[in-house]
Design a binder for this molecule. Structure first.
Ligand SMILES: Cc1cc2nc3c(=O)[nH]c(=O)nc-3n(C[C@H](O)[C@H](O)[C@H](O)COP(=O)(O)OP(=O)(O)OC[C@H]3O[C@@H](n4cnc5c(N)ncnc54)[C@H](O)[C@@H]3O)c2cc1C
Length: 383
C-alpha cells in the first residue's frame, strides 16, 4: 500500500521504516529542511562542533529493544549526563544527591545521617501532595525547595508551582549517595555522528521517499492512509482553539576554549532570566578536545505563540479539556492516525517515542492483515 507519514522525526522515521520493511511504499514529508525533528543536530559551520539545534538531547532508556534499534543505525558513544546548577552564587550538582546536600548545608553527612536529616526537613504534615510545591516540600523541605526547585520551575513553566501537578516532581530523583548521573536508566549515550545522521539512516530504505521543506497542508497525494506526527490542533486548523505549549529561545554564546567546563549548567535563581546554558562540545566528549572554540546556548522559556516552535505541552486543566475535544474530533475522522509528541500532545522522551512508533507499526500491520484501517490513536493521549 501507499502511505503518507507527516514528520521526519523519530516517530515518523521509525514508523516509515517498519512499514517499508513490510513491503509498503511510504512517502515521508517534513516542512523543515532537515530530518530528525526536534532532535536535529548539525555541525556548526564556524567551529565544527555538533550542535543540538532544538536543545540538548541525551539518549537514555531501559528498553533493550529500543537501545538495540538505535545502535543498528548509529554508533552510540558513552555519555553520562551530569548536570550542575547555580543557586545563590554557588555551584551544586543535580539531581539532589549526597554531594548537593553536604555542600548546601555545609555538612559531611553519610547516607543514613543525610536521609534522617532530610526527613526532618521535609514537611511530614503533607501526606497527599496536591501540587508541585507540596510534593517538593514533602520530599526535601523548604530550604532545598527554594534553592533548587521554586525559581527554576517558575521560569520553566511561567506558573506558580502550586498550579502545577505533583506528578512533575515524582520523576526527579533524590539520592543519598554520590551518584550524580541525572538518569537512572541502564543504557545512556550519544550518537557519534549526531541524531540527524542516525535518523537519515533509518529513512534510507527501499520503499521510502523523503520530501523535506514540504508541508502536509500543501500536498495533494493519493494515499491509502496518513500517519500524522505534527500538532493535533494544527491538523484541525485550530478550530477548537490552540493547545498551549512552552517554547524556548536560544541565545548563542561563542567563545575561545571552554566556557563553563561542563555540558549543562542550570540556573535556579529567579533573578537570572535564563534556565540553563548548554555547551555543545561537551555533549561529545570523545571529540571535544579537537575544537579551539566553543558554542553555548543560553535558554529561556516562555509561552508559545502562533509561529513559535512548540516544545513542552502544558497539559493543565484547560488544555486537557481542549485536548479531550480534539481527541473526540480525531476519532470521528477517517483515513488518519496521530502519533508522536505533537500528535498526542504529550512530553515523550526519545526512547518512548521510538517504542510507541514501533508498536504503532505493529498495530498497523496487524489491522491491515485483518482487512481493517489502522486506529486513529495507538496510545490514548488522555491516558
Ligand atoms: C528541549 C527539549 C529537550 C529534550 N531532551 C531530550 C533528552 O535529553 N532525551 C530524550 O530522550 N528526549 C528529549 N526530548 C524529547 C524529544 O525531543 C522527543 O522525544 C522527540 O522529538 C519526539 O519525536 P517526534 O517525531 O514525535 O516529534 P518531532 O521531533 O517534533 O518531529 C515532528 C516533525 O513533524 C514535522 N511537522 C509537523 N507538522 C507538520 C506539517 N503539517 N507538515 C510537515 N511537517 C510537519 C515537524 O517539522 C517535525 O520535524 C527533549 C524535548 C525537548 C522539548
Amino acid at each position: 500500500m501507499r502511505f503518507l507519514v507527516v514528520g521526519a522525526g523519530f516517530s515518523g522515521a521509525v514508523l516509515a521504516r517498519r512499514l517499508a520493511e513490510a513491503g509498503h511504499f511510504v512517502l515521508v514529508v517534513d516542512e523543515r529542511r532537515h530530518m530528525a525533528g526536534n532532535c536535529h543536530t548539525e555541525r556548526d559551520a564556524e567551529s565544527g562542533i555538533l550542535l543540538h539545534r532544538y536543545g540538548p538531547h541525551i539518549f537514555h532508556t531501559a528498553d533493550r529493544e529500543v537501545w538495540d534499534y538505535v545502535n543498528r543505525f548509529g554508533r552510540m558513544m558513552p555519555y553520562v549526563n551530569r548536570v550542575k546548577a547555580v543557586s545563590g552564587g554557588r555551584v551544586y550538582s543535580l539531581p539532589v544527591n549526597l554531594h548537593t546536600i553536604n555542600q548546601f548545608f555545609g555538612t559531611t553527612m553519610g547516607p543514613a545521617e543525610a536521609r534522617a536529616f532530610i526527613a526532618a526537613q521535609a514537611r511530614g504534615d503533607i501526606t497527599a501532595p496536591a501540587n508541585f510545591e507540596e510534593q517538593a516540600l514533602s520530599m526535601v523541605g523548604e530550604a532545598l525547595y527554594r534553592a533548587f526547585f521554586r525559581g527554576y520551575t517558575r521560569k520553566q513553566w511561567g506558573l506558580e508551582p502550586t498550579a502545577l501537578p505533583a506528578a512533575i516532581l515524582k520523576r526527579l530523583p533524590l539520592r543519598f549517595s554520590y551518584d550524580d548521573n541525572y538518569f537512572s536508566h541502564p543504557h545512556q549515550g550519544m550518537p557519534e555522528e549526531g541524531y540527524t545522521a542516525l535518523v537519515a539512516r533509518i529513512l534510507d530504505a527501499p520503499g521510502i521517499a523523503l520530501r523535506l521543506g514540504c508541508r502536509f497542508e500543501d500536498l495533494a497525494e493519493d494515499v491509502a492512509h496518513v500517519f500524522y506526527t505534527g500538532p493535533l490542533d494544527r491538523f484541525f486548523d485550530y478550530r477548537l482553539g490552540r493547545l498551549g505549549y512552552r517554547t524556548l529561545d536560544f541565545e548563542e554564546i561563542r567563545a575561545e576554549g571552554d566556557f563553563q567546563g561542563t555540558a549543562v549548567m542550570n540556573y535556579c535563581d529567579e533573578a537570572v532570566p535564563w534556565t540553563r546554558i548548554s555547551e555543545h562540545k561537551h555533549f561529545a566528549p570523545w571529540e571535544a578536545a579537537r575544537f579551539a572554540r566553543t558554542v553555548c546556548f543560553r535558554e529561556r522559556s516562555r509561552l508559545a505563540g502562533p509561529g513559535d516552535t512548540p516544545y513542552y505541552p502544558i497539559r493543565l486543566v484547560a488544555e486537557t479539556r481542549m485536548l479531550s475535544d480534539y481527541v473526540a474530533l480525531a476519532r470521528r475522522t477517517r483515513g488518519i492516525s496521530f502519533l508522536g509528541r505533537l500528535g498526542t500532545y504529550r512530553y515523550l522522551d526519545m526512547d518512548v517515542t521510538i517504542r510507541e512508533a514501533m508498536d504503532a507499526a505493529a498495530a498497523t500491520l496487524e489491522r491491515l492483515g485483518e482487512g481493517g484501517p489502522p486506529p486513529v490513536f495507538f496510545t490514548d493521549p488522555l491516558g
